[in-house]
Design a protein around this ligand. Structure first.
Ligand SMILES: [Zn+2]
Length: 493
């Protein structure tokens, strides 16, 4: 809809309308060249102003208009055509880069060139005339204020793209843009752990939308708030993220003046997140007849996203060597700590097999059947595979000798297969992140390699670089994060 240019100074119009109309009526009297300069001047002056409502504009139109303002094109702009954009809003397929302008700019270009439809963004919701409800949500990135730098429009298009590159706001692009994490002291263990965890798209999305608020009946959600701060920081215009709240709340357990273990920090963070959401157990755990009933019992109270994403189930059997009685327990896990057997374990699967090997329990086992105290054989095996498999290698030994096992353990980027007994099929995993420790046991440095979209990013505190998969696979990795891709060989869509 092309609105007529109303008379300047009309009492019914907002100050923005009045100003825009005044400028436009002056513009129309100018020569084409002077008019273009005045448009450029107006855009430059107003582009960074903040208005509550912002407007989406067709990428094609903005690019043509930029070319016109820059004098690259002598063609006068045609009416704005937002039809395609509107379709994308309806079908929730907005691309990574969308162009948003403040109300002043929208009214200016819309009144000058007409077209439409008008697509408004207010409080992260997008709406347009004729729509019953808002149909999509925008991230902080899209609500960023700049459309152009004040140095003219040479960078108009580029600055929009800079501001809005790889935002994460719809199901079609559910990943965070790569951002560095600040470190002036010993926070590399925290930074690397967070970068790896944020490779879980659902995790980032859930936090971004603050969905934990609806689950938790508890008032104290400092862990969730602290990770929300981290995720939201991805959408602010800053060079790197400072997880202030997370540092503060973990300072008691993780002395800011000391080195810490990334795996220990991950466990601490995940259990903090769990505790703030999970419900108390209805009644004391009883004996379970099978893994399924144990799992149902567990999931009744463990409702957190952390459990949704990371929890799997182990079956542990202990066989009494005297009477051969087998005692079985079912244990949920969020992560697995796998042994390295120097000279024996060459790859991650070897480590997983070693973890599931039967082992001897010393003389202290008390049998529930024959009541004797003696030797037993214990075996753990994975019964239920999680959606995301978090594993670490036991690289650090403190007993009998403090040392770091530096063996290279190879690991696959995809098709890491584990038998899921609960589904009687094989789960196939793809790597989405690793944490690497460099240096000796007491000091050294952590970095992460984390997936963002299809890219691998090396996250070394505030220093980020895009790397290829081969580089990721060449590391002496400490922690691994795998995403389950298939159920029984059939890709999960
Ligand atoms: Zn026994």
């Amino acid at each position: 809809m092309n609105l007529p240019i109303l008379k300047a100074g009309s009492a019914l119009l907002s100050p923005i309308d009045n100003e825009v109309n005044r400028i436009i009526s002056e513009l129309l009297k100018k020569t084409p060249k002077a008019r273009r300069d005045a448009e450029l001047n107006f855009i430059t002056k107003n582009i960074e102003k903040k208005t509550h409502t912002r407007y989406l504009i067709s990428e094609k139109w903005i690019e043509d208009y930029t070319a016109y303002l820059n004098g690259e094109s002598s063609q006068s702009p045609i009416p704005i055509n937002n039809d395609k954009l509107k379709e994308m809003v309806i079908s929730k397929t907005l691309p990574n880069n969308i162009y948003l302008v403040n109300e002043i700019i929208w009214k200016f270009v819309h009144k000058l060139y007409g077209g439409g439809p008008e697509i408004k963004q207010f409080n992260k919701s997008i709406s347009f005339v004729g729509a019953n409800t808002s149909t999509d949500h925008l991230s902080e990135t899209q609500t960023a204020d700049t459309f152009s730098r004040s140095d003219g429009t040479e960078s108009l298009r580029n600055s929009i793209l800079d501001t809005h590159t790889a935002p994460w706001y719809t199901n079609t692009t559910p990943y965070l843009k790569p951002m560095g994490f600040h470190n002036t002291s010993f926070y590399c263990y925290m930074n690397a752990s967070l970068q790896m965890l944020l490779s879980i798209q659902e995790f980032a999305q859930y936090i971004y939308q603050e969905k934990y608020k609806t689950l938790s009946g508890k008032e104290e959600t400092k862990f969730w708030k602290s990770v929300t701060e981290v995720v939201h920081a991805h959408f602010k215009q800053q060079s790197c993220i400072v997880p202030r709240n997370l540092r503060r709340i973990s300072a008691k357990n993780f002395d800011p003046d000391q080195q810490h273990d990334a795996h220990e920090f991950l466990s601490y963070l995940l259990s903090g997140l769990q505790d703030e959401v999970n419900l108390p157990c209805a009644k004391k755990a009883t004996e379970f007849k099978n893994p399924d009933s144990a799992w149902i019992y567990y999931r009744k109270s463990n409702i957190s996203l952390v459990d949704d994403l990371l929890a799997g189930q182990l079956v542990s059997t202990v066989r009494c060597t005297s009477c051969k009685h087998v005692s079985t327990t079912y244990d949920p896990f969020l992560d697995l700590s796998l042994p390295i057997i120097p000279g024996k374990t060459k790859n991650l699967d070897d480590c997983l097999q070693a973890y599931q090997q039967e082992e001897d329990i010393d003389d202290s086992y008390k049998c529930e059947k024959c009541k004797a105290t003696g030797k037993a054989k214990k075996r753990l095996h994975i019964h239920r595979c999680p959606r995301y498999l978090l594993v670490n290698l036991k690289r650090f030994e403190t007993y009998p000798k403090k040392r770091k096992i530096k063996d290279m353990i190879t690991y696959p980027a995809s098709n890491f297969k584990i038998r899921d007994e609960s589904e009687a099929q094989t789960a196939s995993y793809s790597l989405v992140g690793i944490v690497v420790h460099y240096g000796p046991i007491d000091s050294g440095h952590y970095t992460a390699f984390a997936k963002r979209g299809d890219d691998w990013i090396h996250c070394d505190d505030d220093n980020l670089s895009k790397v290829d998969e081969n580089e990721v696979l060449s590391k002496e990795a400490y922690v691994f994060l795998y995403e389950r891709k298939s159920h029984g060989g059939v890709a999960k869509l």
